[in-house]
Design a protein around this ligand. Sequence first.
Ligand code: CP
Length: 293
Amino acid sequence: MNQSLFRIADLTKDEIFAILNDAQAFLFDQRDWQFPERKLIANLFFEPSTRTHYSFASAEHQLNCRVEHFSAQGSSVEKGESLYDTVKTFASIGYDALVIRHPQDAYFKQLQGLDIPIINAGDGKGNHPTQCLLDLLTIYQEFGHFEGIKVAIIGDIAHSRVAHSMKEAMALLGGEVRFGGPREYIAETDTSDVDDLMRWGDVVMMLRVQHERHAEVMKLSKAQYLSAYGLTQARYDRLAPHAIVMHPAPINRGVEIADALVESEKSRIFKQMSNGVLVRKAVLKRAFGYHFE
Ligand code: CP
């Protein structure tokens, strides 16, 4: 069965847990599981990426897929070919699944009728479902459940594809998400003071200031931003003893988080990246409807 993944909101609670449990299985008793038949997969990234692109590639190689990396530069996109025709072409020439990141919000709506599994690796300011799943896996590994877990998300909420997906997912799973950060980067009115939020959270998730999506240059200097909204050593020292620090990365070191705290004891930032491979293996396995024996 073709199981595309476009938005976290398309998944039920049971489907989220199935993916997280499969990801955990890839960490423990199914480390060597591979597709019984080799799959041909193309990664189409129309926007820059390091973690998502290459953790998908790592997952694909570990599952014994053949992997191609599409670049718009040098392709017929340069002759004006549409996204729909590009994707339809890949489906027609023998590819088994596609991973796509594209700057257009909800680009996938035009592709939903195509007979090929598509995994959304990020659409504009919209969705990034595998990032949300890897964040959920990191929280699940830490606390063993989601009921009552408080997630403070701080920073550039307005331009984030992580924040709103996490709020939806945690509501479904019984947790709670609150937002804080610069007023101009948050559309919601119910925001919290950053210092209160950091003391409140079981999870403190710092978001990158997404300069590339801003129409205007940030008014604050890096040091001013860190002092007003960032995770400084003083704020870190006031976190709950059991709290963890997360960040989807890439990180602006010294802006949303002090450089020395990126690899601090409470930081799970690089764990999130490792979990990205596990979750992407689980999502690829789901895309083809396979089950563990
Ligand atoms: N977190 C994330 O999506 O990182 P990349 O842009 O490097 O893929």
